[in-house]
Design a protein. Structure first.
Lengths: 214, 118
């Protein structure tokens, strides 16, 4: 008697192979999704880094050495800008097109999550000379910016290093200055590093040279 | 038959993975170039019309990408050209960003025009 059909061992083997294939596909899919997610996160921090460095480069480039203050712990870079919140340059045409200083900006690295915050501090009235943040009343220091309600925007998170190094350029020679000689610098090198990830660490970093031109 | 289907599926998945990875790398470099060029343009156009030439510069930026402690630097070169017309009424600002990718040099150009009356 010739019986049609499959035996139990055959069915078990087929089911086993199917199970293995499904598991392999699921694992590949999960790995692919994790990879995609990681890449998205990497792209985001890369964009954060480039945008932060770009805005810092533009804003500090328009500022003045005389009003730029760097503090190593906690890292904070504070400087005046001749622009208001809308980005409009304040020019005194009556005084021969001289710029007026109306805002202070402070990039500060805060918290365990490495939040780099950009504080905006509007001055009561435009200043003729670039104001020094620590010579204002009250001084624009840690205590001042720690007061709740100060206006800020978080420009990057996961920041592990934020550093501004003073340099002196003389006769085409660049020399490093001690952090205490910040006021003698005519060029700043700003270094920024952002790190993300749990089991697999990913980081991006860059450094830019910035010359405060006013 | 089953082995052919399986091999085709796995091969397809692997090829798609590789293609996606390459596209992402390209996209990231292109995105970085776009951001850098836009920022340089924004920095330059913030200056007054007479100061544009003085403010223009050629610069480079090294972006260090780090995975599990292994650093891969990527260098972007940025060249700026400011050209004024013969009537001295407008200036063309051209920002050219170049970077190396897979043995060839990629170019990203951004151009705008600024009028004396602006």
């Amino acid at each position: 008697m010739n019986e049609q059909g499959r035996t139990l061992p055959e069915l078990l083997i087929a089911s086993g192979i199917l199970l293995l294939l499904t598991a392999a596909c699921a694992s590949a899919l999960r790995a692919s999704m994790q990879y995609h997610q990681r890449i998205q996160e990497q792209s985001r921090i890369e964009e954060d880094l480039l945008k932060t460095v770009g805005s810092l480069s533009k804003e500090l480039g328009e500022s003045s050495i005389l009003g730029t203050v760097w503090q190593a712990t906690p890292p904070a870079l504070t400087f005046p800008t001749p622009r208001n919140d809308n980005g409009t340059l304040l020019i005194d045409h009556a005084a021969g097109n001289r710029i007026r200083w109306q805002t202070l900006l402070s990039y500060r690295l805060e918290g365990d999550q490495g939040l780099l915050k950009r504080y905006i501090d509007r001055l009561p009235s435009p200043e003729v000379a670039p104001p020094h943040p620590l010579h204002l009343t009250p001084p624009r220091d840690d205590l001042y910016f720690a007061v709740p309600g100060r206006e800020y925007r978080t420009v990057a998170s996961g920041v592990t290093n934020f550093e501004a190094r003073p340099l002196k350029v003389e006769n085409n020679t660049v020399s490093k200055l001690a952090p205490s000689d910040f006021a003698k610098a005519n060029l700043f090198q700003v270094f920024l590093r952002i790190e993300q990830g749990g089991d697999r660490k990913y980081a991006v970093s860059t450094e830019v040279d910035i010359v405060p031109s006013n | 038959m089953a082995s052919v289907i399986f091999a085709t599926t796995v091969g397809g998945l692997a090829a798609s993975w590789k293609y996606q990875e390459r596209s992402i790398k390209k996209y990231r470099n292109r995105n970085a170039a776009r951001i850098l060029a836009q920022q340089e343009m924004s920095r330059l156009t913030a200056h007054l019309y007479p100061n544009l030439e003085k403010a223009s510069r050629d610069t480079s930026l090294i972006l260090n990408r780090e995975v599990d402690g292994i650093v891969t630097p990527k260098e972007f070169y940025c060249a700026t050209t400011v050209v004024e017309n013969s009537d001295e009424t407008l200036k063309d600002i051209i920002i050219e960003l170049t970077y190396d990718e897979q043995n060839e040099t990629k170019r990203f150009v951004l151009q705008t025009r600024m009028y004396r009356s602006e």
